[in-house]
Write a protein of this length. Structure first.
Length: 375
């Protein structure tokens, strides 16, 4: 170990540059990975919350936005023996200017408070209370909405020109409900001029043991012009939404490996060349090939590990600073998890191992006779 440390500090500036190069690659891996981790968390939590439902939507809309369904559909589905309840909902964008910023889109969600209180009323609240059934003029805010608009319990919150009192704010769920502002469905109809008894989607809760996929197929067969999102298709949609972020992580990993590996190879090859006489002397007095190979390989791994630690630390700090800065707009797009930190260090060590093989082999194969004769 003493020899490795001495070798690292022989050319301090060059070693620092190499460590920094590896750190930049791992930093990119951590930042891109933090975005993917956040999206994975949101997707998995959203699926966990909504996976017991079958959603009925109009083919003219997109996930409950833009299409209209009549309340008769919900009432008929409620008569089916395999259905616990079917409740209409209305989803309307809170601010049309958010349309180009998917991570910050917030929506007004109109719900039947008497029915949906069994679902939404069980959500953990950061403050305040769930609006009582039959109440009017009260609104429940998701964590993102609360932060974006700087509202707390008791504050006034305007929706389409009408003022509501914030009855409560939900805890951060890391799910799409963070972006919801919930109102009684009749008040949403009035605010946005929806005809009476119409909605944008229907949430159907099947009884315990009922095949939700079969129920979804039956709904599509009975009611023309609608489509359903079953638990399996919801999982599929959430998984598809994370593919892009995960591909960024893989790309960042490749960049980290290439940039870090090339830097380490260059540094270690130069080190082997400069220390040729030292290597020859060691071999002349009995140092084995494997001993020299492991010495230089370990030196490469130490450089990569140091770079990995720097990159992980920078990634953690920058992700935290960006989340704090973006928190005012209700957007927190980074999530640095223990798994991500561990993978960052694993990638760094792997880079060190791969990049150190060639320089270590070159050092181990040094011909002491040729080197010492040339001195």
């Amino acid at each position: 170990m003493r020899l490795v440390i001495r070798g690292l500090f022989r050319r301090r500036f060059r070693t620092c540059l190499t460590v920094f190069g590896v750190g930049v690659g791992i930093f990119g891996f951590v930042i891109m990975g933090a975005v993917a981790e956040k999206m994975d968390r949101v997707a998995s939590n959203t699926v966990a919350f909504f996976s017991r439902y079958v959603f009925v939507l109009s083919q003219r809309g997109f996930f409950g936005i833009g299409g209209v369904l009549h309340g008769d559909i919900a009432r008929e589905i409620n008569t089916w023996p395999e259905v616990e309840y079917a409740t209409p909902r209305i989803i309307v964008p809170l601010d049309i200017m958010d349309a180009g910023l998917p991570m910050s889109v917030c929506a007004v969600v109109g719900i039947e408070t008497q029915v949906d209180r069994y679902q939404f009323g069980s959500l953990p609240l950061r403050e305040g209370v769930y609006p009582p059934p039959g109440s009017s003029g009260l609104i429940l805010l998701g964590d993102t909405v609360s932060r974006k608009y700087h509202k707390r319990t008791g504050d006034t919150f305007e929706v389409n020109g009408r003022a509501f009192t914030v009855s409560g704010v939900m805890d951060r769920l890391d799910a799409n409900l963070d972006h919801a502002a919930m109102l009684p469905i009749d008040e949403v109809r009035s605010l946005f001029s929806f005809p009476a008894d119409e909605c944008t989607n229907i949430a159907v809760s099947p009884h315990e043991g009922v095949d939700a996929e079969a129920l979804a197929r039956r709904i599509e067969g009975v009611f023309p012009g609608v489509y359903t999102i079953s638990p399996s298709s919801l999982r599929g949609q959430m998984e598809s939404a994370t593919v892009f972020a995960n591909s960024l992580v893989y790309g960042a990993t490749i960049v980290a490996v290439l940039a870090g590996a090339l830097g380490i190879v260059n540094t270690m090859v130069m080190s082997v060349t400069e220390r040729a006489r030292e290597i020859a002397t060691k071999k002349a007095i009995g140092a084995g090939t494997s001993q020299l190979f492991l010495e230089f390989l370990f030196e490469s791994v130490v450089i990569a590990t140091m770079g990995g630690a720097v990159g992980v630390l920078l990634g953690y700090l920058v992700a935290g600073l960006l989340n704090a800065h973006l928190g005012d707009s209700g957007v927190a797009i980074f999530l640095v998890t223990r798994r991500l930190v561990a993978w960052g260090m694993v990638v760094a060590v792997v880079v060190g191992c791969l990049a150190g093989v060639y320089p270590a082999m070159r050092a181990a194969r040094t011909d002491p006779v040729r080197i010492l004769r040339s001195v």
